[in-house]
Write a protein that binds this ligand. Structure first.
Ligand code: 13P
Length: 299
């Protein structure tokens, strides 16, 4: 039996839904029930009535699904798929920083562990970070762990943003020089980047958005050539949803190794064996749930 037939059979048998991030490899996106950005995926995970959620993404995303849906079994096809940005902060280091800014509220980007979410007041994603910060009744915000997203927010609010010094190593590879070169090579093109890019890259872009926001922008712009500053997995949806447009990337290094670890074989394997179950200790889960639920209420 071929892999796709086996996958469909297992999905029925287990009452499973397959969620995939926009950075996943083409084959995984093609066979997922839903593909989206971090915010859309967290909403789907909270709303689904499937008993099993196979989360094709990285650890923190699957953890968020487990936090939001305690009655469901969440499977991560590749247990080693982590996030170097999420690894820049621990609950202990966050507690130390909180002690230095006792009046500040903590906004935590979802690219963080369950334990860090549990230590925070509210979560955010790249699509709602400004909205979440604006909604809080505090003038000082400790924004963790992405320094570039913190800078993006700081430029769009009057509140004082205290950043954490974490970065996404993939987005960090894009430089202002890359944007200048790409624009010189294609003067008719528009440039759209993710807010995890460096501030000088964000400043040179025509539009800044989450991964699904980039896909929406590509559909709406009248430009026929689009230069993209985010992970290359996004090309699958861009080409399918905008077949009349041409896409170029700001750097050949825009590949997240962790996002590429998930394959269709691994999705079938975890469904067959019900292995790689994502578990979050109940006290951490409850506290992290409060931070994620606040975000879902605000956004
Ligand atoms: P979004 O899909 O929310 O834009 O986030 C991208 C990302 O950081 C994945 O790690």
């Amino acid at each position: 039996m071929d892999l796709v037939t086996r996958l469909e059979e297992l999905k029925q048998e287990r009452n499973a839904v397959i969620l995939a991030h926009n950075y996943q490899i083409d084959e995984v996106q093609a066979h997922a029930d839903f593909v989206g950005d971090s915010f859309e995926l967290s909403r789907k995970a909270a709303a689904t009535d499937a008993e099993v959620v196979v989360f094709c993404g990285v650890q923190f995303m699957a953890e968020s699904a487990a936090i939001l849906s305690p009655g469901k079994t969440v499977l991560l096809p590749e247990a080693r798929a982590g996030c170097p940005l999420a690894d820049t902060i621990t609950p202990e280091s966050l507690r130390e920083k909180k002690a230095a800014y006792p009046q500040a509220k903590v906004v935590c980007y979802v690219n963080s562990s369950a334990a860090v979410k549990a230590e925070s007041d509210v979560c955010c994603t790249s699509s709602n970070a400004v909205q979440v910060v604006e909604a809080l009744d505090a003038e000082e915000i400790l924004f963790v762990p992405d320094a570039n997203l913190a800078d993006y927010v700081a430029k769009r609010t009057r509140k004082k943003i205290i950043p954490w010094n974490g970065h996404c190593i993939t987005h960090y590879r894009v430089t202002a020089e890359d944007v200048r070169k790409a624009r010189a090579a294609r003067p008719e093109a528009v440039v759209v980047v993710h807010p995890e890019c460096r501030p000088e890259v964000v400043a040179l872009a025509d539009h800044v958005a989450s991964t699904s926001g980039i896909i929406r922008f590509a559909g709406e712009t009248t430009a026929l050539e689009i230069i993209v500053g985010t992970e290359m997995g996004i090309l699958y949806r861009l080409e399918r949803e905008c077949p009349d447009k041409k896409f170029f990337f700001l750097s050949p290094g825009l590949v997240c190794r962790n996002m590429k670890m998930t394959t269709l074989e691994k999705v079938v394997r975890v469904l067959e064996t019900m292995s790689n179950v994502v578990r979050v200790p109940e006290d951490t889960r409850r506290q992290a749930y409060a931070s994620l639920a606040r975000m879902l209420e605000i956004a």
